[in-house]
Design a protein around this ligand. Structure first.
Ligand SMILES: [Zn+2]
Length: 403
């Protein structure tokens, strides 16, 4: 089969179609999961898919599916339509548009390969402090206990929101999948710096998150002698620097570590900090590397505590495992890109995606496209639609080689 390409003018049209909901003066968008704005995005998805001749169904968790070519088992393409607060227009939307573009090109070429495009709900953690909710619900990745704890930013229980929307907290699970493929903006700078239009994702990194609490003694900053004080903040400062060192030591394993939160109490000028807590986020695709980083964090906390004679408590908040993408799918996607003369590089995903939920259900793969300066979750997020089309072409080429 000769090279097919997705329709670039349709890409432009679809991108414009998704423009309005949640648009902000900053140029960014706010489209929180399970909000009216997200509903508007799904209504646009339905309208645009149906106008291309693809029937759309909604599942019991509110996710939308456009049927490109009916039949089973089918290839599912997709991503999400919600955003963070003041986020960009490409995160998620790019993958949904890519799905529609690929299906249109396949159908126009007379393909009989069953394919659908999903628009998942609530992929971002911005509304409920919980990510990939729509895809977790239909793949059985979240328990009722967890669901019952979730509250929206406005304090509404998810259970109430689902009830008022007629959605099911225990929805029917998705079935009939042959594979899942997702295009997404990279949200980093590797592709841009390498001048490569398409990344093939090797694995999705898992976050390990910790709260580190350092308990000193809040006392008068003038009246307490230097040798008598137990200052929590300098101990925290040492640990912050150590977290950075731990991350740097694991660079060759593609791991990262950040202290994203500092809470200092009472945080006033004339009081020695009595308690400082840190939020530490470590990510990687290599389990051993993640374990090493956790051990190093605990060891550093112990040493700082002993040396400074100050209690340091490390509490693990979450420890997900990295999610590898399907190796044979990776190889096939690379070959498909090669056939088109599109340069690719293999790379891990530092961010989480809907694809994580599918990797243990069916062969799962992801392609990344560059975003300018690596900026994402920000109104300045920008990707070239030509790169979106190149990424979609890779998916199309991969699927057409099956014909
Ligand atoms: Zn996303």
């Amino acid at each position: 089969m000769n090279h097919m390409h997705v329709d670039r003018s349709l890409c432009e049209k679809l991108f414009q179609a998704f423009h309005a909901p949640g648009a902000l003066p900053s140029g960014g968008v706010t489209r929180l999961g399970y909000s009216d704005t997200e509903d508007e995005m799904h209504a646009i998805f339905r309208r645009e898919a149906e106008s291309l001749g693809f029937p759309v169904t909604t599942d019991e968790a509110g996710n939308s599916f456009a049927v490109g070519i009916p039949g089973a088992p089918y290839t599912l393409l997709g991503s999400h339509l919600d955003s963070v607060v003041d986020g960009g227009r490409y995160d998620g939307v790019a993958g949904v548009i890519a799905g529609l573009l690929v299906m249109k090109a396949m159908r126009d070429a007379g393909s009989t390969i069953p394919v659908r495009t999903a628009a998942f709900r609530c992929e971002e953690s911005s509304n409920f402090n919980h990510a990939t909710l729509g895809s977790e619900l239909i793949t059985g990745k979240i328990s009722m206990d967890e669901l019952e704890k979730l509250r929206s930013r406005d304090g509404m229980p998810l259970t109430d929101i689902f009830h008022s929307r007629g959605l099911q907290l225990i929805p029917q699970h998705i079935f009939g999948l042959l594979r899942y493929l997702e295009l997404h903006i990279e949200q980093g700078r590797f592709l841009e710096e390498a001048g490569i239009p398409v990344g093939i994702v090797s694995a999705i990194a898992a976050p390990r998150r910790f709260t580190v609490t350092i308990v000193g003694m809040a006392e008068h900053s003038g009246a307490t002698g230097m040798e008598l004080r137990t200052d929590a903040l300098p101990a925290a400062a040492e640990l912050i620097l150590e977290v950075e060192r731990i991350g740097r030591r694991e660079v060759s394993h593609q791991s990262v570590a950040t202290t994203g939160i500092v809470n200092n109490y009472p945080n006033v000028m004339n009081v020695i900090p009595g308690e400082t807590s840190l939020g530490v986020d470590m990510r990687g695709i290599d389990r051993e590397s993640l374990r090493r980083m956790e051990r190093a964090l605990r060891r550093a906390a112990g040493m700082i505590s002993a040396r400074r004679k100050i209690p340091v408590r490390v509490e693990r908040l979450s420890a997900r495992e990295p999610v590898p993408m399907d190796p044979s799918l990776l190889a096939s996607l690379r070959k498909a890109a090669d056939a088109l003369g599109i340069r690719t590089m293999e790379m891990p995903s530092g961010a989480g995606h809907d694809a994580m939920c599918f990797a243990d259900i069916c062969p799962t793969g992801m392609v990344f496209i560059p975003c300018r300066d690596g900026i994402s979750h920000n109104s300045r997020e920008y990707a070239e639609l030509s790169d979106l089309c190149a990424g979609a072409d890779v998916l199309l080429s991969f699927l057409s080689r099956e014909i």
